[in-house]
Design a protein around this ligand. Structure first.
Ligand code: NAP
Length: 335
């Protein structure tokens, strides 16, 4: 049976929303455990230049911003657990059970900031060559494409921002977009159009990633099959790397139907960031599919934490005594 740790607040997720939430609850002197997920920082930690987070006039790298936010929350006592949530019990009221691979927590309040994950194209070769030329993270993998030719799939802010970042390394960056008009913001379009290393192919989708297996079993991407959606013309283009930035899906699956979501899986919250379970709050991209900025996520994480703090304060004496031992999830009432 796993050890059960009693805590006032568990924050699930460690992007800007989670790190801000933890800063607030810890600073309000509520014991706070942050379950970080499989990498600290979420999407922002894999973003290169963050130019639009207030307070950094010269811009800041995503990993550095993450580290600064983590250190700030830690300064007030937030505890970071590098683990993933595997199971929760939000159905039997507070204190809530949150189970990870390595431990189990009994939390008076939970702040869900588990974010969203990159969408896949679901085309032949995509899975096979992921890590061997196919990537969803320019910050992580750009370095491996020095003087190489890469394509970026997508027409939104991510595609252009990461495409611009890739020009630091790659010989050429071709942005392949399924329509004839980019979705990205004017500022990013302006920068991308002005960059001599960036080319655009419009009205086109990628149907297949092609590659080969080298000696020793190492795989290598060698090209893509492109299809013009207007003419149906198919061309094979040799390429060294394929970076896919076609949006994100919310990571709400672990909660099953214990928290209300919309049809796309985004968590429903009210104006106080309250989810459908009392004492459980949410912020960031797990519910926000509109703004999706690091700064809006941080703001929503703050709002969710403030609501958690108010909720805990109102409960006062009813809170679980933290020193008592607690039974593990398997023995939860009605579980
Ligand atoms: P997005 O805005 O949803 O754009 C996704 C792009 O991928 C769209 O151009 C879409 O085409 C295309 N796409 C979607 N599914 C596809 C498929 N199956 N095959 C081919 N193309 C496909 O996603 P995002 O660029 O990741 O941005 C997400 C949010 O984060 C946005 O709100 C954005 O403003 C924000 N963001 C901001 C910054 C910044 O401010 N610096 C940077 C990154 C992201 P269609 O256009 O035809 O739908």
């Amino acid at each position: 049976m796993a050890d059960v740790k009693k805590v006032r607040v568990v924050v699930i997720g460690s992007g800007p929303a989670g790190l801000t939430a933890a800063l607030y609850t810890a600073r309000a002197l509520y014991s706070t455990v942050v379950i970080t997920g499989n990498h600290l920082g979420g999407q922002i930690a894999t973003t290169s230049d963050v130019d639009n987070f207030p307070g950094f006039p010269e811009g800041i790298q995503g990993p550095e911003l993450t580290e600064r936010m983590r250190a700030q929350a830690e300064r007030f006592g937030a505890e970071f657990v590098f683990d993933e949530v595997t199971e929760v019990d939000f159905e039997h009221g507070s204190p809530y059970r949150v189970k990870t691979y390595g431990a189990e927590y009994l939390a008076d309040s939970v702040v869900v900031t588990i974010g969203a994950s990159p969408r896949h194209l679901n085309i032949p070769g995509e899975v096979e060559y992921t890590g061997y030329g196919v990537s969803y993270c320019a910050t992580c993998d750009g370095f491996f494409f020095r003087e190489k030719d890469v394509i970026v799939v997508g027409g939104g802010d991510s595609a252009l921002q990461e495409g611009l970042f890739l020009t630091k390394f790659a010989k050429s960056v071709t942005i392949v977009h399924r329509r004839d008009e980019l979705r990205a913001s004017t500022a990013l379009k302006k920068r991308a159009f002005a960059n001599p290393k960036i080319k655009f192919i419009y009205d086109t989708v990628v149907d297949e990633v092609k590659g080969e297996t080298l000696e020793g079993g190492i795989r290598k991407t060698t090209g893509v099959t492109l299809r013009n959606v207007k003419t149906d013309a198919v061309t094979d283009q040799p390429i060294d790397g394929v970076f896919i930035f076609i949006g994100y899906d919310p990571n709400s699956r672990v909660f099953g139907d214990q928290l209300a979501t919309n049809d796309d899986g985004y968590m429903l919250v009210d104006e106080k960031m309250r989810t459908s379970a009392e004492g459980v709050f949410a912020g960031g991209e797990i519910h926000d599919f509109v703004f999706r900025q690091a700064i809006t996520a941080a703001g929503q994480g703050c709002a969710a934490a403030l609501s958690a703090i108010h909720w805990l304060e109102e409960r006062g004496d009813e809170l679980q005594p933290l020193e008592d031992a607690a039974p593990a999830l398997e023995t939860a009432p009605g579980a």
